[in-house]
Ligand binder design. Structure first.
Ligand code: ADP
Ligand code: MG
Length: 396
């Protein structure tokens, strides 16, 4: 197969412009450059993904099942496979390379099943999820043994909460619920509701019992909220499944947060464009990487306007108020869990404190775009240029 040619400079930019306007891609903060012009639309199972019209390919056009074992897969060239689904209330797209469609399809199906399993643990919307059941015990004095996944992500989230002195707070649930209702009613919740909710927020009210892998929520009404990290964690877990299934060259895009496995066989990296702040503007920032996580946080899709003011779904736990800055933070980190957590935390911390904190992580970098009037302010952490593998095409 002749894979997608590596796109650079203006060609890349032009192609991104098309992709950004593709309505199917709008929910994603990221546009996967080699893919974006050629997605055949939602498909039920794996099939070789088709190249863009301007490119030719010798990739088999017949279904995966027909190109079974005529030749041993080791001697066949890798083919690109695509599978789309919806998981964690977000569009999921898995792209991978493998010579054998059966192997690729099985790997992708298992990766999707793993994400589904994690949703049953972390969902805030499903009253039967493990997190929701744990929260029902808040303030009762009960300690609850939890699954390994919940333990891993909770201990990680508590560390981030501590490091940010609560700017990121995994116990933000009661306040997030208030804002969720405000988004529907378009009315500001009364002050007393904020006061009540704030009583039940505070990462220091989570008690851990490591010897039993158990958790106690000390205050009544406490509600853990993994909305800022669960997608990243699920992406990492799914990439791990892909690797275990013998398909390490994979990209997972869950609602615009990305996990990049080994690079495509014909290139040294995956190419990703960061969507511009202003609708209709072409992207100016690109990431060319493999083996990392990339996440974006911002108010592009989830916000509410009340009294002429725009409030983000990301809230400052110290005030209980949704962020009113129109910003978009993109983080590159060694894994998607960390990228997801940092992107949300930096959104709350703001460019100065947030980016200085990102600089303390050896392999992480952030791009902070903020809309001020009609102008996009650009802030980058020290390693952005190096870790993104790209210099800005043009300053917005
Ligand atoms: P997205 O879900 O759009 O990818 P994020 O990763 O930034 O965006 O997660 C936002 C979600 O994180 C919110 O919807 C909410 O559930 C939760 N959240 C909001 N504010 C905070 C905060 N200060 N700390 C931790 N989690 C938060
Ligand atoms: Mg996040």
């Amino acid at each position: 197969m002749r894979g997608f040619s590596f796109l650079t400079g203006t060609t890349l930019k032009k192609r991104c412009q098309h992709a950004v306007f593709d309505s199917r891609l709008l929910p994603a903060a990221f546009v996967i450059v080699p893919i974006m012009c050629c997605l055949p639309g939602p498909i039920a199972g794996a099939e070789p993904s088709r190249p863009s019209p301007s490119e030719t390919s010798t990739a088999p056009e017949h279904p995966a099942s027909q190109q079974l074992t005529l030749t041993p897969s080791a001697s066949r060239p890798p083919v690109r496979w695509l599978r789309e689904a919806e998981e964690m209330a977000a569009p999921l797209r898995i792209i991978c390379y493998h010579p054998d469609g059966v192997v690729a399809d099985r790997a992708m199906a298992r990766a999707i099943a793993r994400i589904h399993q994690l949703n049953a643990i972390f969902s805030d919307y499903d009253p039967t999820s493990e997190v929701r059941r744990l929260c029902e015990t808040a303030g009762t004095g009960k300690k609850v043994q939890v699954s390994d996944d919940l333990w891993q992500l909770l201990t990680f989230s508590l560390k981030i909460s501590e490091q940010t002195a609560g700017a990121f707070d995994v116990t933000i649930g009661p306040i997030v619920r208030l804002w969720r209702r405000a988004r529907m009613s378009r009315e500001m919740p009364p002050a007393y509701r904020f006061d009540e909710a704030r009583q039940a927020v505070g990462y220091q009210f989570v008690r851990l019992y490591p010897e039993d892998r158990a958790v106690e929520l000390l205050r009544p009404g406490m509600r853990l909220d993994f909305g800022a990290v669960a997608k990243g964690y699920a992406i990492d877990a799914a990439l791990k499944v892909m690797r275990q299934e013998g398909v390490p060259s994979a990209l997972i895009d869950l609602g615009g947060d990305l996990g990049l496995g080994e690079s495509p066989p014909d290139r040294g990296h995956w190419s990703v464009a960061v969507a511009a702040m202003k609708p209709g503007e072409p992207p100016s920032y690109f990431v060319r990487r493999a083996r990392c996580g990339i996440a974006t946080s911002g108010d592009r899709y989830r916000f509410v306007v009340i009294g002429g003011k725009r409030y983000s779904h990301i809230v400052d736990p110290r005030t209980g108020v949704g962020l009113t800055d129109q910003s978009e933070v993109t983080v590159i980190a060694p894994n998607a869990t960390l990228a997801d957590a940092l992107a949300t935390a930096v959104s709350v911390l703001g460019p100065e404190r947030g980016l200085a904190w990102v600089d303390t992580f050896p392999d992480a970098a952030a791009l902070y775009l903020r809309l001020v009037g009609d102008h996009t302010e650009v802030h980058t952490s020290k390693q952005w240029k190096e870790l993104s593998g790209e210099t800005p095409d043009a300053q917005p």
